[in-house]
Design a protein around this ligand. Sequence first.
Ligand code: ADP
Ligand code: MG
Length: 341
Amino acid sequence: APITPHRPIQALPDQLISQIAAGEVVERPSAVVKELLENALDSGATQITVRLEEGGVKRIAITDNGRGIAQDQLPLALARHATSKIASLHDLENVGTLGFRGEALASIASVAAVTVTSRTADAAHAWEIVGSHNGTVAPSSGAPGTTVDVQDLYFNTPARRKFLKSEQTEYGHCAEVVRRIALARPDVSFSLSHNGRTIDQWNISELARRSAHILGNDFAEARLALDESAGSLRLHGFAGLPTASKARADGQFFYVNGRFVRDKLLVHAVRMAYQDVLHGDRFPSYVLALDLDPSLVDVNVHPSKIEVRFRDSRSVHQFVFHAVQRALAQTSATAFGSVPA
Ligand code: ADP
Ligand code: MG
């Protein structure tokens, strides 16, 4: 049998705890982009700039024009399990912000070189903190809002660094995260640059325009607007017509209370709605947002929160299925010339 050294039980050092958590929260550069974008949105920003270098591994710098972090709060922003978003179990069960765990910045700061520069509306100038919650807070410059600058991801955890893919692959994942979030928030402007080159820029607009911009003309020209409510459930957005379907499932964007999710139940409900109009080997394209009372959905299932759990999954499935099916049925009766029964 392998001999493991026998050691007394001891509490792990803070830095190591954060590095272990970082394994879940910060899988790859795109996960950092997601966390920083969510923080920017939670701060009420209407303008967000994402600058990436070398697929995000060398640098991820995200600037927002949101509410900012006060000078005396900067160390707390980088401290583990410190958050301004929830304070109680009741808050957790009704969470309305994208973040709430209070561990993203601490985790990121444990595996990369982080500088947070921030200025609140009433401050005379910006302040910055470098490295960790133990870093000193020093005067800085800049407009109201926050910049989180993350450099040399995994520089101190070489084993993790080895799992990173090529610059192009990592960049692709980062860009996908920006697109997902930009689609959810047409009321916010975004810009994305890579290695000093502006790649995308989306001005504040409507979902109709933003989704045309992000999913392309094929989608814009063959989609149905839908907006249905039942009780506290509302489903709205655009369902692509069969002509906008794809050979891959890369045109599917589903949001629950503003959060991009990839949820089996929801994918299935939409798939079923398309059953009569779409060949089994084609994937529908859609941008659909489901809004419901936050207490009816548990977003605390996974650290990256891509999966959710509904309190009443049956009725959510039914609602989504019928809403999409009804929208599609209208067009098959009109656009395709078939006679309604
Ligand atoms: P969480 O988002 O779960 O609260 P984070 O570690 O992501 O945890 O952030 C910690 C805290 O730092 C947030 O609760 C928020 O108060 C503050 N913060 C982080 N990013 C920003 C930002 N871009 N603008 C304003 N405040 C921010
Ligand atoms: Mg956060």
